[in-house]
Design a protein around this ligand. Sequence first.
Ligand SMILES: *[C@@H]1O[C@H](CO)[C@@H](O)[C@H](O)[C@H]1NC(C)=O
Ligand SMILES: *[C@@H]1O[C@H](CO)[C@@H](O)[C@H](O)[C@H]1NC(C)=O
Ligand SMILES: *[C@@H]1O[C@H](CO)[C@@H](O)[C@H](O)[C@H]1NC(C)=O
Length: 360
Amino acid sequence: MRRATISQLLSLLLSLSPTTFAATSDDLAVQVGHHIVFSYPNLQPPDHLFDLIKQGKVGGVILFGENVADNLSTTIDAFQNAYKQSPGYPGSPLLIMTDQEGGQVVRLPGGPTMSAKQVGQSADPEGAATQSGKTAAGALEAYHVNTNLAPVLGVYREAGDFLDNYGRSYGNTSDLVAECASAFISAQQAGGAIATVKHFPGLGAAGKNENTDEEPVTIDLTLDELRSVDEAPYTGAIAAGIDMVMNSWALYPALDSKYPSGLSRSWVQDELRGRLGFEGVTITDAIEAGALEAFGDDPARAILASQAGMDIILASGRNVTQGEAIVDAMVSALQDGTLPRGSFAQATDRILALRSKISA
Ligand SMILES: *[C@@H]1O[C@H](CO)[C@@H](O)[C@H](O)[C@H]1NC(C)=O
Ligand SMILES: *[C@@H]1O[C@H](CO)[C@@H](O)[C@H](O)[C@H]1NC(C)=O
Ligand SMILES: *[C@@H]1O[C@H](CO)[C@@H](O)[C@H](O)[C@H]1NC(C)=O
């Protein structure tokens, strides 16, 4: 048996004796905060985001192009300093993340200038991917960003597909994608940045206009094809020690005909953790994505994702109320048992273990 961690023991006590040891909602809000990544509009973060950070209700921030100016590192330092004043400050920094994939999909200046596609097509794909991973880590470090939502592990099928259209796929074979992705991950993680592979089990078969940000997308491949083509690069990424996996919002009826991957216990727990043996942190794609229109408002989606086994929820709608509403709803869900405290505490432990790898 694995050694129980302190928070697991604590949650066991809480579940045994809820009246004696009832955690206050403030305590739960601090625990839930570790799981929620916030976003904000434009260059100057609203004061309310700093207030929530000081209350311990924020686990990280995702940055978009509209948030980026030369002084971004000053803003991020202000977030981290505010966080140090929060109750239950765990001694590790907020996860500050962005999409620094390469080519057209970069939010910060500094590259990589090569797209994944160009890396895959180069004379030495592994060398080019290593250089891209180093460059991405350097660009992040320059702005005090500690987490990259890259690389993309999709194996595209047809020229002009959703991923190929912006050069986001390394190539059309699992071997090439795996070779490049593993090199990028190793170089970037060695450079001190947290890496994330996405979008599990893969968006390589999504057609040009099949964008989960906008609408529901169904990828109707056999489980055999999904495993042998799309999931294959995940085996190498997990062997390379990948920190985080982002699940896709597409529906893959081969394993779950009702829930998209990031809301699906079958995909998150049975396939990713069970079959592939991933023990790290899972993170959702944008919780406000159009693909989830059938699953309620953003707090309801966050609870479904958490129940399915997703550790971090990405509230990327670029306003602070979105993340705040999710924190409040998840606190209530823990109080009324909709979210089981034991597995939630294990997820908290995974997040804090990951964060302890990066310095404040
Ligand atoms: C950074 O600069 C922008 C304008 O370029 C300004 O709106 C913002 O307040 C500045 N942020 C900090 C932390 O100084
Ligand atoms: C990948 O693309 C190349 C070049 O377009 C093509 O020759 C090859 O048949 C494709 N491979 C697969 C597995 O689709
Ligand atoms: C915040 O963003 C979410 C997700 O895009 C949206 O549903 C909500 O209406 C926004 N709220 C405000 C106050 O802008």
